[in-house]
Design a protein around this ligand. Structure first.
Ligand SMILES: [Zn+2]
Length: 252
């Protein structure tokens, strides 16, 4: 009981964050009805996660559930999300991840339902921020079929399209995971318009290589355990051939 009491009092900020980002998912039309789920790694043993059968736009902090690393509920009254297996797999494979968002944003999900990934290097900042956005084969939600399809892609990606289903994004914080969801849907819209215009001009291999160097530098620099976001990059880092400087991570 004492342990639960500590958990309940120290996780208040994370509960509020999940409620806020859930409301943003709903407001942006990334989920409908009771779709989607969000979670935060509280410590090595516990995950705070959204319950099943609730609108992500209308949650209260007390609706959330705490589970252990086997998915067993240790606090909360509601039933845990049926996608908890996917969250646990990502936390197990990626010790750097502390927040996960799953949603069904319509444009990106349209790509996923058309058998299309979002791997084409059409926008420089997306290459730096996310690298590529692969498509995992279809698996029935809430089953090992789905986690099996995601497993090989999780170590090297922070955003994955799930065939005929939706998108999952993850990062060093819940905010980072949410921002990546926005980036994926925004990029999917750009990719769609590019396709409609019929004159796509993807970046060349050399340009992509340079952007990947910037991406790698941000990922490995000690000050940037936090996510690489497109707007963290100064324009000179994307445009010049100079070695990128490592100060942007400390900007407010
Ligand atoms: Zn889903």
């Amino acid at each position: 009981m004492a342990e639960q009491g500590v958990l309940m009092s120290s996780d208040r900020g994370h509960r509020v964050a999940i409620v806020e980002f859930g409301a943003l998912l709903h407001a942006n039309g990334f989920v409908a009805a009771t779709d989607g789920n969000l979670s935060v790694r509280l410590n090595e043993k516990h995950i705070l996660v959204t319950p099943t059968c609730i609108s992500k736009g209308r949650m209260r902090p007390s609706d959330l559930v705490i589970v252990d690393m086997e998915g067993k509920r240790v606090a909360g009254k509601r039933r845990v999300s049926s996608e908890i297996g996917m969250h646990l797999l990502i936390y197990r494979l990626r010790p750097d991840v502390h927040g996960i968002v799953h949603a069904h944003p319509p444009t990106a999900t349209g790509f996923a339902a058309s058998g299309l990934d979002l791997n084409r290097p059409l926008v420089c900042e997306v290459v730096v921020g996310l690298g590529s956005i692969p498509l995992a084969r279809y698996g029935t939600p809430g089953t090992p079929e789905l986690t099996g399809a995601l497993e090989p892609l999780i170590p090297n990606h922070d955003a994955i399209l799930m065939a005929n289903h939706g998108v999952v994004t993850f990062g060093a914080s819940l905010e980072s995971a949410y921002m990546k969801m926005e980036t994926v849907e925004h990029f999917a819209k750009i990719a769609l318009v590019t396709h409609l215009l019929g004159n796509a001009q993807p970046l060349g291999e050399k340009e992509v290589e340079k952007l990947n160097e910037v991406r790698h530098r941000y990922k490995t620099s000690s000050s940037s355990r936090r996510p690489v976001a497109a707007d963290d990059l100064r324009s000179d880092e994307l445009q010049s051939d100079d070695e990128p400087k490592e100060t942007a991570g400390s900007r407010g």
